[in-house]
Design a protein around this ligand. Structure first.
Ligand code: IPM
Ligand code: MG
Length: 356
């Protein structure tokens, strides 16, 4: 029996509700198997930890995570702590520390979900957004001078490296190649940003030569938002910079029905470090502690986690269980207009797994 060590970092807000729900579902999967089991290792890092210790996670936190097979992360964000501190002190520290340079965000309209694009059937919206996750607009390069004076200046420099762009392009082309349509859209803004984005385009073209069977096109990020709404079926795999993909992936999640469903993986494709999986919805303080949070984003993230560690068949089982549950509107949480709570959805998914 193989044991997988999974780090669980609920973090803040509804992360503390959805991550235990994710563990329950993973444990239910393992209970049916004689081949694998999970050891969960919980870390209480986040806003409360910051109030006690003055940091979001301990200085040697990455060392504790390093031996894990994967990380399940809830969210970081606290109404009383500036957002850039919670983000840079925990989530980005792990993403950048473990060089999880590929952020992968699948979007589909799951059965039973009422999505806003009435002209589009669920089969026509099946996207994966690949987000550059290590540099670009999130490089953290910049500064402030003359603080508080009229001449104050502040910069955030978007920094792109040839290696950084090459590796994310290669990852995206490879992913596109593995999907039935072999279709990749490279999102850019090289009309206005005439240095880094021009290099981004050039490198896309260079890497495309390694993947002659992948059809690819280029789209400006602003035009891409309109295309997602007007011609969703014309997209399949999409690669974009850190900030562009951040914005496009929220639009994608909303077009698929709710931010509460959307999953993500922060992946180190070279497997030097553990990868980290999380729902993209954030801490949602307005509904925390009430049992209202939609756990589906976490469950789908668990599917990605299972695929990443090589448990392909259990990943498929879990996805089928999720889809059986979303198909029933009585099992929808409030964000989807339904009456169910976190616990009820979790139980329903476990029940589906049990029946299989
Ligand atoms: C996301 C989130 C984060 C980001 C926030 C919490 C800083 O919006 O994962 O998309 O912008 O990276
Ligand atoms: Mg975002």
């Amino acid at each position: 029996m193989k044991t997988y060590n999974i780090a669980c970092i609920p973090g803040d807000g509804i992360g503390q509700e959805v991550i235990p729900a994710g563990q329950t579902v993973l444990a239910a999967l393992a209970a049916k198997s004689t081949e694998f089991r999970f050891d969960f290792h919980s870390f209480d890092w986040g806003g409360d930890y910051y109030r006690r210790h003055g940091v979001m996670m301990p200085a040697d936190g990455l060392d504790a995570l390093r031996p894990m097979d994967a990380i399940l992360f809830g969210s970081a964000g606290d109404p009383d702590i500036p957002d850039h501190i919670t983000l840079w002190g925990l989530r980005l520290k792990i993403c950048q520390g473990f060089d999880q340079y590929a952020n992968v965000r699948p979007t589909r309209i799951l059965p039973g979900i009422d999505a806003p694009l009435k002209r589009c059937t669920p089969a026509q919206l099946d996207w994966v957004i690949v987000r550059e996750n290590s540099e670009g607009e999130y490089a953290g390069v910049g500064g402030r001078a003359h603080q508080g004076h009229p001449i104050e200046v502040a910069t955030d420099v978007s920094m792109m490296t040839r290696v950084g762009v090459q590796r994310i392009m290669r990852y995206a082309f490879k992913l596109a190649q593995s999907r039935p349509r072999k279709l990749l859209t490279v999102v850019t803004k090289s009309n206005a940003q005439r240095h880094a984005m021009v290099m981004w385009d050039e490198i896309a073209k260079e890497i495309s030569a390694e993947f002659p069977d992948v059809h690819w096109d280029k789209e400006l990020v602003d035009a891409c938002t309109a295309r997602m709404v007007n011609r969703p079926a014309s997209l399949d795999t999409v690669v974009a910079t850190n900030l562009h993909a951040d914005i496009l992936s929220d639009l994608a999640a909303a077009l698929a029905g709710s931010l509460g469903i959307a999953p993500t993986g922060n992946i180190d494709p070279e497997r030097r470090y553990p990868s980290m999986f999380e729902p993209i919805h954030g801490s949602a303080f307005d509904i925390m502690g009430q049992g209202l949070a939609n756990p589906i984003g976490t469950f789908w993230s668990c599917v990605m986690l299972l695929e990443h560690i090589g448990l392909t068949a259990p990943a498929k089982q879990l996805m089928q269980a999720i889809e059986a549950v979303t198909a029933d509107p009585q099992l929808h949480t409030r964000d989807l207009g339904g009456p169910a709570g976190t616990a009820q959805v979790t139980e329903a998914v476990c029940q589906q797994l049990h029946n299989k």
